[in-house]
Write a protein that binds this ligand. Structure first.
Ligand code: ADP
Length: 164
């Protein structure tokens, strides 16, 4: 069985991520989308919330699983017998960091974890979770960036934060 993992922060998942997920799911028998529990990065949604959002957003894709992990990607992938990581490339600015990460993972895993890059669909090239959060924080419209139910959750979250 051809398996792959798509790791990321997904804080929150955007149409750009979902496009990568759909395309990767069509290439592999099983795709695990996994939320990285990165203690060094502050996030809007908890890991559990992000997992639940991803589950809802991918519920129609039968071969997509959602999970979370902490620690090194290579250890997590090895524990699940997965040898391909998926990453998305939007622009040249993503490339340097992604190339370095892919090569580091290849070196650390002794070639056991390879990275497959999917270039973004042009209509989502501008999209990032950070810009979605910034727009929503200032009350802007994020309908073109995330599914409707995610939009409501993001607005709700900022309402709670600002109400404190
Ligand atoms: P990170 O894991 O770097 O914190 P994200 O969770 O935002 O970043 O993204 C996970 C992966 O999805 C990364 O490989 C990122 O380049 C990719 N990605 C993010 N937004 C898009 C987009 N609009 N189109 C294609 N790929 C994207």
């Amino acid at each position: 069985m051809k398996k792959a993992i798509y790791p990321g922060s997904f804080d929150p998942v955007t149409f750009g991520h979902l496009d990568v997920i759909e395309r990767a799911a069509a290439m592999f028998d099983e795709l695990t989308v996994s939320v990285l529990n990165n203690v060094a990065k502050s996030s809007l949604f908890s890991v559990e919330e992000r997992v639940n959002i991803l589950k809802e957003a991918t519920k129609d894709l039968e071969n997509v699983k959602v999970d979370s992990f902490s620690g090194l990607l290579i250890d997590y992938a090895a524990s699940r017998d997965i040898h391909v990581a998926i990453r998305g490339l939007r622009a040249i600015t993503d490339f340097e960091y992604e190339l370095q990460t892919a090569q580091t993972n290849s070196m650390l895993s002794k070639g056991s974890l390879d990275t497959v890059f999917l270039t973004t669909s042009l209509e989502y090239a501008y999209l990032s979770s950070s810009s979605v959060k910034e727009i929503a924080y200032f009350g802007g419209d994020i309908s073109q960036c995330v599914p409707d139910f995610v939009k409501e959750l993001v607005y709700e979250k900022y309402k709670q934060i600002k109400g404190k």
